[in-house]
Design a protein around this ligand. Structure first.
Ligand SMILES: Nc1ncnc2c1ncn2[C@@H]1O[C@H](COP(=O)(O)OP(=O)(O)OP(=O)(O)O)[C@@H](O)[C@H]1O
Ligand SMILES: [Mg+2]
Length: 222
């Protein structure tokens, strides 16, 4: 098999200290390979969001480490350079910006040239089927369309890893299915690796692999 893109090695995360300490992750090992759509399961409070935050570099492990292409993920560095992108349950779009302006944000952060930004934003919106909705603000889009904008914003920087926390949690089941179809297609077409935390069994059905956090450790299902 190919080399892993993203690796968690003995990742431990303890919140608080003393008698109030909560061990959310207790030695998690995980390899994500290119082109893989992996579902992350676990009961509420199991540590799914904690693991995603650590993999994205937004939170640091108490012990253990995360490697991106064999190199340590330093703080939010990988995120800034667009190698790891996230999709959120609540979409996390900026209300006063249009769909295309929302998708453009990560490229502005990275100081991509305006003509290049325009080209890539148009390509990302087309990839999620929203070419005709570029000028609408989030409030003028359906929930499913808003999540498609969230996905376009995630892929516009051509990340190698896509992390998603309950991406269908705020969508009805049919809209959720179409969003998952889109994610699966993009991951396979672009050889990204995706880790998607979800309680939704219909998402797990589409996975190449399912892993579950239980008692702070990862159980590998298939
Ligand atoms: N900032 C924090 N401070 C203290 N404890 C926290 C913090 N964030 C999470 N926890 C605790 O860590 C554990 C894991 O939480 P996490 O949010 O990762 O679970 P989850 O699997 O995403 O749950 P859900 O399915 O409900 O989203 C829980 O026991 C939670 O209470
Ligand atoms: Mg969570």
């Amino acid at each position: 098999m190919s080399e892993p893109v993203l690796r968690a090695i003995g990742v431990r995360r303890v919140y608080g200290d003393g008698t109030a300490a909560v061990t959310a992750l207790d030695g998690v090992d995980l390899d994500l390979h290119p082109g893989e759509f992996v579902v992350l399961r676990g009961r509420s409070g199991a540590g799914k969001s904690t693991l995603l935050a650590i993999l994205s570099g937004l939170d640091a492990p108490t012990a253990g480490r995360v490697e991106l292409n064999g190199r340590p993920v330093a703080d939010a560095d990988a995120v800034r350079r667009g190698r790891v992108a996230s999709v959120f349950q609540s979409f996390a779009l900026i209300p006063v910006l249009s769909a295309s302006e929302n998708v453009e944000v990560p490229l502005r952060v990275r100081r991509v040239r305006p003509d290049e930004r325009r080209r890539r934003v148009a390509e990302a919106l087309a990839a999620v089927g929203l070419a005709g909705h570029a000028l609408q603000r989030p409030a003028e889009l359906s929930g499913g369309q808003q999540q498609r904008v969230g996905i376009a914003r995630a892929i516009v920087g051509r990340p190698s890893v896509l992390l998603a926390d309950e991406p269908t949690g705020q969508l009805d089941s049919e809209t959720g299915r179409s969003v998952v179809d889109l994610l699966v297609r993009l991951v396979h077409e672009r050889s990204m690796s995706a880790l998607v935390a979800t309680h939704d069994p219909s998402v797990a059905e589409r996975a190449d692999r399912v892993v579950e956090i239980r008692d702070g450790r990862l159980v590998h299902h298939r």
